[in-house]
Write a protein that binds this ligand. Structure first.
Ligand SMILES: Cc1cc2nc3c(=O)[nH]c(=O)nc-3n(C[C@H](O)[C@H](O)[C@H](O)COP(=O)(O)O)c2cc1C
Length: 199
């Protein structure tokens, strides 16, 4: 339907494909490169771009599993996961880890991605990622065809070299982002702007 020069795609029209519209319009999305471990101790690593902060005190983050995946099953079984920052130099590994490996295959082993022990949780972190967010499961929330996984952050782990004046520094983190279709975003150009404190 066209209205006043705009294409309006109603979601009550069964021909509207919402997924490509959602992923093209909610952009850019940060990528949670989630490491987890199964109840049998098999490691798992997979990117999730439906990812955001959901609470600051206590600190909580959430990612969404579209359908049932190994990551979701592992987190439900063990209650722990790690969000590894998907840094630009790791692009190929991040992408390759999204392949449909079976549940008995550890993507990190298959792709020769070095892992390092986490500080507080069992799932290891990606050694070459400049930052990791260690989480314990707070809640899973089934919504439609998806499940939102909410984790309480128990530790932030950042490379010393990436900490500048006490903050993780963007030029060291070099975060990739996900756009629509097969599009990815480079680390963004950064500028500074003072936020208004009064009206
Ligand atoms: C950049 C990127 C972002 C992705 N984001 C998601 C996501 O948010 N949710 C999801 O369910 N799958 C997402 N996928 C697909 C999963 O990574 C893929 O289905 C993977 O095989 C799941 O692995 P697992 O079964 O080991 O958990 C994404 C893939 C890529 C490449």
């Amino acid at each position: 339907m066209t209205e006043s020069g705009r294409v309006v795609l109603r979601t009550d029209d069964l021909t509207t494909a919402s997924y490509p519209l959602l992923t093209s319009l909610v952009v850019p999305r940060p990528i949670a490169w989630v490491s987890s471990v199964s109840a049998d101790g098999i490691g798992n690593l997979a990117p999730h771009s439906f990812f955001t902060v959901v609470s600051t005190r206590p600190p909580m983050v959430a990612f969404t599993s579209v359908g049932s995946k190994d990551t979701l099953a592992n987190v439900e079984a063990t209650g722990e996961f790690v969000v590894n920052l998907a840094s630009a130099p790791l692009l190929d590994q991040v992408n390759l880890s999204s392949a449909p490996y079976d549940e008995d295959t550890d993507e990190a082993v298959a792709l020769d991605i070095a892992m390092a022990p986490s500080a507080l949780v069992l799932p290891p972190r990606v050694a070459a990622s400049p930052a990791a967010i260690e989480c314990r499961l707070h809640q899973t929330l089934p919504l439609g065809d998806s499940v939102v996984v909410i984790g309480e952050v128990v530790a932030f782990s950042v490379d010393e070299t990436a900490m500048v004046d006490g903050h993780p520094d963007m030029s060291h983190l070099q975060p990739l982002s996900r756009l629509g279709g097969d599009e990815w975003g480079h680390p963004p150009a950064v500028f500074h702007l003072t936020r208004p404190t009064s009206v």
